[in-house]
Write a new protein. Sequence first.
Length: 245
Amino acid sequence: MKTGVMGIAFDNVTMEEALARACELLTLARAAYVVTPNAEIAYEAMHDEDLRALLNGADMVLPDGAGVVLASKILKKPLRQKVAGVDFAAGLLRELSKTGGRLYLLGSKPGVAEQAAQKMLAQNPGLVICGMADGYFKDEDDVVRRINEAAPDVLFVCLGAPKQEIFMQAHQKELHVHLMVGLGGTLDAFAGTVKRAPKWMIRLNLEWLYRLIKEPKRFRRMLRLPKYILAVVAERIRGKKTWEN
Ligand code: UDP
C-alpha cells in the first residue's frame, strides 16, 4: 500500500514486508529499483519535479529516517515504521547469503567497497560478492559493462542522492540485474569509515544529531530537515492539498 507524503508515494511497509517484496522483485526478468529517500531528499524532491518522478518511478520507496515518518504522522497518514536503507541492506545480505544470490557494490571512495565487502562477508558467510567499483568513475558505459560482465542479481548503488537514482533509471534497461537499491552512504557505514550513531541515539531518533556532530560540514544540507518539517506543518495547518499523493 502506498502512502503519499508531500508528493512522494512511500511504500507503507515494515522491514519484513520490504524484504519479502525485494525477494519477489528478485524473481522478475527486468531490473527493478528501490529508493530510500530521507527527509533531506524528500525536501529536495518537493522543489524538483524530475527527482520526484525518479523516486515515484521506483518499484519500492522506503522511508529512510525519522523525519519522513514524523511528517507522515503530522499529515495524519502514518507510515508504519522507518525502514532505514542501511538496515534494509543488511537484511538483503542475509537473504542473499541464504540463496547464494550474487551482489555487486557500486559507489563510495576508492577502497571503501573492498572494506565493506570484507565486513559483509564476515557477517554473511554464504554471500557472493561478484564485483565492485568506486563511485568516482568518468566512463559510465564502462561501469555498466563491468557490472553486466560480473552478472550480479543485486546491485547496491551508493553514489549519494540524486546521482544514484539518476544512474539506476538511466541504465535500467541495459543493466542485466534483477534488483538495484540506491543506498547513499551505506558502504561507508559497513566499512566503518563513517560510524553509525550509538543504539541509544538511534532509539531516540537522534541519528541525525550524531551525524551533524561528527560531520559539521553537513550542516547546510541538514537544514533541509527542519525546512521539510516546517512545510509539512504548514500543509497540515492550511489544510490544503498541495500534493496529489
Ligand atoms: N559518492 C560517490 N560518487 C560521487 C559522489 C558521492 O560514490 O560522485 C559516494 C560518497 O563517497 C558516499 C556516498 O556516495 O559514500 C554518499 O554518501 P552520503 O552520506 O552523502 O549519502 P546520502 O546522505 O546522500 O544518502
